[in-house]
Design a protein around this ligand. Structure first.
Ligand SMILES: C[S@@+](CC[C@H](N)C(=O)[O-])C[C@H]1O[C@@H](n2cnc3c(N)ncnc32)[C@H](O)[C@@H]1O
Length: 304
């Protein structure tokens, strides 16, 4: 199946689908460092495009054949990391829905932060998907049950033309692991530390974590241990000179990017791309479940 990835960023979601055997034929984002990083790592090309220009985009892809659109419109407006108030960027969720309902691929996948589900923008988009004839499987997936050593909960809306709602729910539930993946499960001894620092949003929260638990959500910023951090009763180790935050490379690997993935742009850009990305293995997990569903669907059609 041929896929377009919208709001592709550095390519976490693309890479996951590619690993599951799909072919990405087009990828689009409006941020140059993300496009540069994507293109430095993939054999197909991503293009710079402002997807708020829906008509322009539909014109640009009018001769392309594709079976699926995947993508995560920017999430700042829904994210607990940003302001909760929905602003203009939420309109990009609508742009995504307009592109889906105008082109009607066989499948689409929309990924976002968990709270998206209750947003006004999502309700508008959802109705557009339904009106266009899609059955929807809507689920919040915790990455740590999907092959990623990180508690990162993300909402997925997976649409299939002319299917019933929840068409893939059981496949997703069955595919999940029965226990969370820890950092040590993923890295083995390679990390070389048993505990690490992750800057808390405020000092009521802990900052020291053990590799024997999944990482908390990898965010778009990474800070050294500040002098002001005096420890927290939930810390898994005391603050001492050996304690360090994870490096950019380690954080990228917790997002399950391969070790040889190249990050272009500034260090701040790289951290932002890493924090924005869908973990590669989470993308692969969803993609493999779609394959399983599609195989069942083809089989059923043969029998009928
Ligand atoms: C959540 S990130 C996507 C992450 C990506 N799916 C991945 O797995 O790496 C959202 C992306 O939307 C892009 N974006 C923001 N506004 C945009 C616009 N108007 N047109 C196209 N892309 C835009 C951002 O640059 C960012 O890379």
């Amino acid at each position: 199946m041929k896929i377009l990835d919208l709001f592709c960023g550095c390519g976490g979601l693309s890479l996951g689908f590619q690993k599951a055997g799909y072919e990405i034929t087009g990828a689009y984002d409006a941020w140059q460092p993300a496009i540069d990083t994507y293109n430095a790592n993939m054999s197909h090309e991503a293009s710079l495009f402002d997807l708020s220009d829906v008509d322009g985009f539909l014109q640009a892809i009018k001769d392309q054949h594709f079976d699926m659109i995947i993508g995560g419109p920017p999430c700042q407006d829904f994210s607990s990391a940003g302001h909760r108030k929905e602003r203009d960027r939420a309109n990009l969720t609508r742009s995504y829905a307009e592109i889906i309902s105008s082109t009607k691929p066989l499948y689409f996948v929309m990924e976002n932060v968990a709270r998206t589900r209750n947003s006004k923008a999502y309700h508008v988009a959802r109705q557009m998907f339904v009106d266009a004839g899609y059955g929807l499987t809507e689920m919040v997936l915790d990455s740590s049950f999907c092959g990623v050593p990180q508690i990162r909960k993300r909402f997925f809306c997976i649409g299939a033309l002319d299917e019933k709602d929840n068409f893939m729910k059981d496949i997703l539930l069955d595919a999940m692991g029965d226990k969370r993946m820890t950092v040590r499960d993923y890295f083995g001894k390679k990390l070389g530390v048993d505990h690490y620092y992750r800057h808390p949003r405020n000092y009521n929260r802990r900052g020291v974590f053990s590799v024997d638990e999944p990482s908390m959500t990898i965010r778009g910023v990474n800070r050294p241990v500040p002098g002001g951090y005096k420890g927290h009763h939930g810390d898994t180790a005391p603050i001492d000179e050996n304690l360090r935050p994870l490096t950019t490379q380690e954080r990228s690997q917790i997002q399950t990017f391969p070790k040889n993935f190249k990050w272009l742009g500034s260090k701040t850009d790289a951290e932002q791309m890493i924090g924005n990305a869908v973990p590669v293995n989470l993308g692969k997990f969803v993609a493999s479940c779609i394959t399983e569903f599609e195989n069942m669907r083809v089989q059923k059609d043969k029998v009928a």
